[in-house]
Design a protein around this ligand. Structure first.
Ligand SMILES: [Mg+2]
Length: 442
C-alpha cells in the first residue's frame, strides 16, 4: 500500500487578493473598503494519487501578507508527517499547532496565529475528505460519535460541556440521520442573503436587490447599519417596503457601537421589525451583549464572525448573551474547534447561523451547517446560512444556491480549492491582475 508511507512534502502559500473595494461590495459601517482576500495554502504529498489539501483564511486586504507569514510559521509541524495518520486524526495536528509554546505566546488561541492554525487544519480536513471520497459534511455526518468527540479539544470547556455530554448529544442525533441526509440532498440547506444590504449601495440598488432576493426564494435578507441613524431609518424603510411584512430582515452593525448606543439605535429601528441585530458591539464584550439582549428583546442578538475561540463562545452562551450563534469557518482553529462550538450551541439550545460571504466562506461553512443538521442539532428550524453572491467563480466547486437553499455539495473535499488561473491572476503583488494595476499606478 504505497499511500501508507506517504508524507506531506510541501506547504505552499499564496497571498490572494480581490479588488472588491472598487464596487463597494462588502462595505459596512466598520469596513468601508474591503479587498476580499485569502491567505491560502496547499498541502502536497508524495502519495501519487494527485490529491492535495487546500485551505485558507479570509482577510480583507492589507495584512493578508502577515496572515500568510503566520501560516508559514507552522510549516515545520506539517511537512514530513504521515498523510494517513494525519487524515485519520486531524485533531492530533490541531493539538500540536495550538500547543507550540513559543507561537502560543502570540495568542493564546486568538488572532492571526489562531487563524493560521485554522487554515492549516482545514487544509488537512480537505485532504482527508478527498481521500475518503466524500464531501466533508458527509464524512463528518457519517463518522462515529466517539471519534468526533476525540477530535474536540475540551480544555477550558468542561465547566459547560464534558466529553460525555458531547457524546450524548451526538448519540441522540443518530436516529434519523439517513432520513435527514435524504432531505438535505433533495431540498438543500436554508440560506439568507446579505447581497442587497451593503452600506455603500444606493437606495435604488438596495430596493432592486431586495426584490430580486425574494424572487430568488430567500426568506431572509440582511442590511448593514450603524454609520448614520437617519440613513438607516431610510434604508430599513425602503427594504421593508420592498420585501413586505413577512420576510425576515436582519441588521448588522459590525461592532460599531458602545453598549448604550447599540440599545438606543436598535430600538430606534424596531419599527421595521428586525429579526436580529448582529455584532452590536465588540465581539469580546460578553456582558455587553447580555445587556443589549435584555434591552432590545424581542429583537434577537447575534454574533460570532469575530469571536476568537470556543472559550468566548462558551461564555456568551453561559451568560445568556446571544440568541443566534454565528460561527465562522476560518476565524477559529479549523473544523476541530468548530465541532466544539457546534456542540456547545447544541448543549445550550442556541441555533447556529454561520457567518459566510467573503472569499470562500460560503464554500466552507455549508459543510458545517449540513453536518449539524444531519448529525447534531437534527433541525433547520430558525437556522439559516449566510449567502453572498461574490467570488464563487474562483472556486473549483463553487456553492450552488437555488430557491433560497444551498445545494449539498457532492464532490469529495471541503470545497476549498481555487482555480489555479484565479491564483495566478490575483496573487499579490505579482499576479497578472495586480502587476498590471501597480504598473499603471506608478
Ligand atoms: Mg456580519
Amino acid at each position: 500500500m504505497p499511500t501508507d508511507t506517504a508524507r506531506i512534502t510541501a506547504l505552499d502559500t499564496y497571498d490572494v487578493r480581490f479588488p472588491t473595494s472598487r464596487s463597494l461590495d462588502g462595505s459596512d459601517a466598520m469596513n468601508p473598503d474591503p479587498d476580499y482576500s485569502a491567505a491560502y495554502l496547499v498541502l502536497r504529498t508524495d502519495a501519487g494519487d494527485g490529491l492535495e489539501g487546500h485551505g485558507f483564511t479570509f482577510t480583507i486586504g492589507r495584512g493578508n501578507d502577515v496572515q500568510v507569514a503566520a501560516i508559514e510559521a507552522l510549516r515545520g509541524h506539517v511537512v514530513g508527517r504521515s498523510v494517513s495518520d494525519l487524515c485519520a486524526d486531524p485533531g492530533s495536528l490541531n493539538r500540536d499547532l495550538i500547543g507550540d509554546s513559543q507561537l502560543r505566546w502570540l495568542g493564546p488561541e486568538k488572532g492571526v496565529m489562531h487563524m493560521a492554525i485554522g487554515a492549516v487544519v482545514n487544509a488537512v480536513w480537505d485532504l482527508a475528505a478527498k481521500r475518503a471520497g466524500r464531501p466533508l459534511w458527509r464524512l463528518l455526518a457519517e463518522a462515529e460519535p466517539q471519534w468526533l468527540v476525540s477530535q474536540v479539544d475540551f480544555r477550558y470547556l468542561t465547566d459547560a460541556l464534558t466529553p460525555d455530554e458531547a457524546l450524548t448529544l451526538l448519540e441522540r442525533a443518530r436516529d434519523g440521520r439517513a432520513e435527514r441526509a435524504g432531505t438535505l440532498l433533495a431540498r438543500g440547506y436554508p440560506a439568507y442573503t446579505t447581497s442587497p444590504g451593503w452600506l455603500g449601495y444606493s437606495d435604488e440598488k438596495l430596493t432592486r436587490l431586495a426584490k430580486e432576493a425574494l424572487a430568488d426564494g430567500f426568506t431572509q435578507i440582511k442590511l448593514k447599519v450603524g454609520a448614520d441613524l437617519s440613513d438607516d431609518l431610510r434604508r430599513c424603510r425602503a427594504a421593508r417596503a420592498a420585501i413586505g411584512p413577512d420576510v425576515r430582515m436582519a441588521i448588522d452593525a459590525n461592532q460599531r457601537w458602545d453598549v448604550a448606543d447599540a440599545i438606543a439605535w436598535t430600538n430606534a429601528l424596531a419599527e421595521f421589525d428586525p429579526y436580529w441585530i448582529e455584532e452590536p458591539t465588540s465581539p469580546d464584550d460578553i456582558l455587553g451583549h447580555a445587556a443589549v439582549r435584555t434591552a432590545v428583546a424581542p429583537v434577537k442578538v447575534a454574533t460570532g464572525e469575530h469571536v476568537q475561540n470556543r472559550i468566548v463562545f462558551k461564555q456568551l452562551l453561559q451568560a445568556g448573551a446571544i440568541d443566534v450563534l454565528q460561527l465562522d469557518a476560518t476565524r477559529v482553529g479549523g473544523v476541530n474547534e468548530n465541532l466544539a462550538i457546534l456542540l456547545l450551541a447544541a448543549k445550550f439550545g442556541v441555533p447556529v447561523c454561520p457567518h459566510a460571504g467573503g472569499v470562500g466562506l460560503c464554500e466552507l461553512a455549508q459543510h458545517l451547517s449540513m453536518f449539524d443538521f444531519i448529525a447534531l442539532s437534527g433541525t433547520t428550524q430558525d437556522r439559516v446560512l449566510e449567502y453572498v453572491d461574490h467570488l464563487h467563480e474562483h472556486f473549483v466547486t463553487p456553492t450552488v444556491v437555488r430557491d433560497g437553499h444551498y445545494r449539498a455539495p457532492t464532490t469529495p473535499g471541503f470545497s476549498a480549492q481555487m482555480h489555479p488561473e484565479s491564483i495566478a491572476a490575483y496573487v499579490y503583488p505579482g499576479g497578472t491582475f495586480w502587476s498590471t494595476e501597480l504598473e499603471e499606478q506608478s
